[in-house]
Structure formats: C-alpha cells, structure tokens
Design a protein around this ligand. Structure first.
Ligand SMILES: [Zn+2]
Length: 73
C-alpha cells in the first residue's frame, strides 16, 4: 500500500484516496485523484469534467481511473 504517489501527468505528489471502482467492481488498488489534471467522463452524450484519477497496482503499474486500463508514463 502506498500513501503517496506522483501524478503521471503533472508529477505532483498526491495522497492516497481509496479504492478504485471500475465497471461496478471495487478493485483493491491504491487510488489517487489529481485535481490539477482534469479528466472527463461520459454519461450518454454528455461529458462531465472530473479530477483525473488513477490507480497503482502492487507491482507499480498505473491504471487510468476512467478506463481501468494501463497508462503509459
Ligand atoms: Zn496531475
């Protein structure tokens, strides 16, 4: 478990927020939201701004919180 992690976009040190929910499942991964890096999510035809969120797996891989997919650094 990590308490802090650097944002892969802006390199700010972020504090752990909790667990990631993706596709209706809660993943037991450390999750970090960055309110400096806005992302967006879609409901139907509408797009809403939201804090960019990512999760970190135990082996250090970064997952995009919006898609649950691995991110490139
Ligand atoms: Zn950031």
């Amino acid at each position: 478990m990590r308490e802090t992690f650097r944002c892969p976009r802006c390199n700010r040190t972020l504090k752990r927020a909790g667990e990631l929910c993706a596709d209706g499942h809660t993943l037991p991964l450390d999750t970090f939201p960055c309110d400096e890096c806005m992302g967006e999510f879609k409901i139907g035809a509408s797009t809403f701004p939201t804090a960019f969120t990512f999760a970190v797996t135990p082996n250090g891989q970064i997952l995009d919180g919006a898609t649950g997919r691995p991110m490139e650094r």
